[in-house]
Write a protein that binds this ligand. Structure first.
Ligand code: GUN
Length: 283
């Protein structure tokens, strides 16, 4: 029997929990937890993501403030905006939507956000604390993956986990989180020699490379737990993950669909991080 993990339903549950915490925060501090999102330029996908973040915040009784800056914004102008949000007591979380236009140095921009307001968990201080199992703010998508596993009642201790993809956004942080739960983790990437051999031995597979249908059912160990982080748009406009769902779902014990799996968890975890940031800065 294969269980399809319903990320939409789990994300909804988390958003409800966060809303309860946000209402308590308001009762205690006389203001709502606040998230500021900076969007530079008008990339259509980014506009949709930012709009969704704003709406989710408002539904969870949080203040959301989206700052839209023109595409030709300079580094100095952007850093000035971040500096003013860093010192604003009503702003608990700051998120700079990626990707940034090419003339802007994303690393310098992200590093300018105060670590305690870095709700994306991308700042080197937060990334370092994740390595030491001490982070308050952890990247939202990997955290969402772990929450899906936890809320599906899956214990990772002693399992072999294969992470496909080594990005700072997903692959590396999720590997550390799996390790923290006592999985034995193999990180695979474009230079990995025998992906098939690794997958055949993997009890858990996390696919985060952005290659449509890279993983097929015949590559999986029977009963594998499969989380698909990929969101790939095909030529016909449809969305598919890094896993071929039709074949993989015949072999897996648990699997996330795309859409409706890991995707909705990212925003839920952003709300959770905003709440954590607000609580940690307002003791
Ligand atoms: N663009 C796509 N995903 C993300 C994310 O998780 N955080 C930010 N800041 N930008 C993104």
């Amino acid at each position: 029997m294969t269980t399809i993990i319903d990320g939409k339903a789990i994300a909804k549950e988390i958003r409800k929990e966060v809303k309860i915490d946000a209402i308590s925060f308001f009762e205690k501090h006389g203001r709502k937890p606040g998230l500021s999102v900076i969007l530079v330029g008008d990339d259509p996908a980014s506009c949709i993501y930012v709009n969704n973040k704003q709406k989710a915040c408002e539904k969870a009784e949080m203040n959301a403030n989206t700052i839209k800056l023109p595409k030709n914004t300079s580094m100095d102008e952007l850093l000035d905006v971040i500096d003013s949000l860093n010192t604003d007591k009503n702003v608990d979380g700051i998120l700079v939507q990626l990707p940034l236009p090419e003339h802007l140095n994303a690393e310098l921009v992200l590093n300018r956000i105060l670590p305690e307001k870095d709700v994306d968990g991308f700042h080197p201080i937060n990334a370092g604390q994740l390595l030491q199992n001490k982070a308050v703010l952890e990247p939202c998508t990997p955290k969402g993956c772990m929450e899906l596993l936890k809320r599906s009642g899956i214990s990772l201790s002693g399992l072999n986990a294969a992470v496909i993809g080594r990005s700072n956004l997903v692959g590396k942080p999720v590997s550390m989180m799996l390790l923290r739960e006592n999985a034995t983790v193999t990180i695979c990437h474009s230079k990995t020699k025998d992906l098939k051999a690794i997958l055949k031995n993997a009890d858990v597979v996390i696919a985060a490379v952005g290659k449509p249908k890279l993983i097929t059912g015949d590559m999986l160990k029977p009963g594998a737990i499969v989380l698909d982080v990929g969101i790939n748009r095909l030529e016909d406009g449809s969305i598919t993950g890094d896993v071929e769902f039709e074949s993989a779902s015949q072999v897996a014990s648990y699997i996330t669909p795309v859409p409706g799996g890991v995707g909705p968890m990212t925003i839920a975890m952003l709300l959770k991080n905003t709440m954590l940031a607000a609580e940690a800065q307002n003791v």
